[in-house]
Design a protein around this ligand. Structure first.
Ligand SMILES: [Zn+2]
Length: 209
């Protein structure tokens, strides 16, 4: 899925903050927070690898298998009752099988809604005109795709462009809040206009032409 990149296109951020400054200013995560983050990352990676494994050719399956082994070791260490090598190896195989079973019935779908940034994605509008959509990333045949969550898909169906702008702005506000940034009313107005312009130019424009 290449093509237009609304994620970056809609970004208003000017400068990058200094990572060192963030570390000094913020409260460091607890050991438990770190374990949770490692677990969530490994879980998402396993879902992705297992789905890719089922969709790939034999050659690429070997690669996916190797990635799954590495990641499943980490999950085994996090979740199993024992920490020895034997337990890790047994756990790894069970974990890989569980994720492959899950991928068969509930495949991992990459990406976030191009309008609002939410997951899961419910529709992949195919470029260049974005007039039709498919229901899974595996079915995308076009060069570019515009992703939509279920709510934004409904708003597209209703041609509610202002509703989609509001959701796009909420996404920017969430990012501001996470990064502890305050916006003046002027900047807020500018964010709204930027979001509207981006959606018009990248999604609605190609749809009409
Ligand atoms: Zn959305």
């Amino acid at each position: 899925m290449s093509g237009s990149d609304p994620e970056n296109g809609a970004r208003i951020d000017s400068g990058k903050s200094q990572p060192d400054a963030d570390l000094v200013a913020g409260v460091p995560p607890s050991a438990n927070d770190r374990l949770k983050a490692i677990r969530a990352h490994a879980d998402q990676a396993m879902r992705y690898y297992a789905t890719a494994f089922l969709r790939e050719t034999d050659e690429n399956r070997d690669v996916m298998q190797a990635y799954m082994g590495i990641t499943a070791n980490i999950l085994a260490l996090l979740d199993r009752d024992a920490l020895d090598d034997h337990s890790m190896r047994n756990g790894r195989e069970e974990i890989i099988q569980q994720y492959i079973e899950q991928a068969r019935s509930d495949p991992y779908e990459p990406g976030n809604c191009s309008f609002c940034g939410e997951r899961p994605v419910a529709a992949w509008f195919e470029g260049p005109s974005f007039r039709t959509f498919v229901r899974s990333s595996a079915e995308v045949r076009a060069e570019g795709a515009w992703l939509a969550c279920a709510i934004c898909l409904g708003l597209v169906g209703a041609n509610d462009r202002e509703g989609l702008v509001v959701r796009g702005v909420q996404r920017l506000r969430r990012r501001d809040r996470d990064e502890g940034r305050q916006r003046s009313p002027r900047e807020e107005a500018w964010m709204r206009q930027m979001t509207r312009d981006q959606q018009e130019k990248l999604f609605w424009g190609p749809r009409q032409s």
